[in-house]
Design a binder for this molecule. Structure first.
Ligand code: C2E
Ligand code: CA
Ligand code: CA
Ligand code: CA
Length: 279
């Protein structure tokens, strides 16, 4: 028994070492990726459900990994979040968006608002806003073209630590969206205390609209809440016509999801901007 106990311990520690090694490997690769421009932003358009016009887009980071191929953010953001890397990655994302907006503007495209996801860990350092202001100045773009998507948890930390200067966001007209709305437990506190512009209904709600009467009731209530507060409401993860119809009929103005468009490369998003609507 003693023997196997020791073996178990050994096995456990080998596994832990492997995890740590893997994390170091990903961190090292990611640092290189930032230097070598292996990251790329994709843009998922947001549409007006009535006019069908493109009203904005959410920037979503992708990693063209030299050996592992095309990686979605869930596979590396968590590891990035365990170190300072998440801050460098966020800085890269914000610079890239502003650079892209400036380029499109120079091409004469009519621009729409771009949403940037801000990770919890990034907010621990009060650099996000300063970084945005620097990029906006450097690329000479209109700050109104930007929106930040933060989850309730991140926003709540923001209130507690006063780390995000919401007043400056308001003054510059940078919009503030609550991402994954309804999945946290501080929704009402955020709405009461912060200058929120947008409620973003989580895709888990959208997914169950047709199959779960409670979810449908909650969703229509969120839509109504946004209306009463005088702010916008967008549903994410819309995958079919039924979901789009339900949202439209219940007064949700905006939507995003595979039913309308997947996240697009910058070039394909520019093509869509020229057309400016779906179907
Ligand atoms: P999120 O903010 O909730 O973004 C929505 C996710 O849903 C995206 O996954 C998007 O590609 C996916 N999606 C879009 N339409 C549909 C649909 O119709 N059905 C379903 N099932 N999914 C849909 P993605 O791109 O893999 O991003 C995952 C998460 O990674 C994002 O979740 C966001 O929290 C984070 N993320 C992405 N880019 C960035 C970034 O630049 N910075 C930070 N801090 N986080 C990012
Ligand atoms: Ca988001
Ligand atoms: Ca505002
Ligand atoms: Ca979400």
């Amino acid at each position: 028994a003693k023997e196997s106990g020791r073996n178990n311990y050994k096995f456990f520690s080998v596994e832990m070492n492997m995890q740590v090694d893997q994390q170091f490997a990903i961190e090292r690769d990611l640092r290189l990726a930032l230097e070598q421009e292996q990251l790329e932003l994709y843009y998922q358009p947001k549409f007006n459900l009535i006019s069908k016009e493109v009203v904005g887009a959410e920037a979503l980071v992708r990693w063209n990994h030299p050996s592992k191929g095309f990686l979605r953010p869930d596979s590396f953001l968590e590891i990035a979040g365990q170190s300072e890397l998440i801050i460098d990655l966020g800085d890269w994302v914000r610079r890239e968006i502003c650079r892209q907006l400036a380029q499109w503007q120079a091409c004469g495209l009519e621009l729409v608002r771009m949403s940037i996801n801000v990770a919890d860990k990034e907010c621990a350092k009060n650099r996000v806003l300063q970084n945005i202001l620097d990029q906006v100045m450097h690329y000479d773009i209109d700050a109104k073209l930007l929106e930040l998507e933060l989850t309730e948890e991140t926003l709540t930390k923001g209130i507690r630590n006063e780390i995000t200067d919401f007043k400056i966001l308001e003054r510059m007209d940078i919009q503030l969206a609550i991402d994954d709305f309804g999945t946290g437990n501080t929704s009402f506190q955020c709405l009461k205390e912060l200058p929120i512009d947008v409620l973003k209904i989580d895709k888990e709600f959208t997914r169950q609209l047709a199959s779960n009467a409670k979810v449908a009731a909650i969703t229509t209530t969120i839509i109504d809440l946004a209306k009463r507060l005088g702010i916008s409401c967008i549903a994410e993860g819309v995958e079919n016509e039924e979901q789009a119809a339900f949202l439209r009929e219940n007064g949700c103005e905006y939507a995003q999801g595979y039913f309308f468009s997947e996240p697009l490369t910058a070039d394909n998003f520019a093509l869509l901007l020229k057309k400016s609507s779906y179907t």
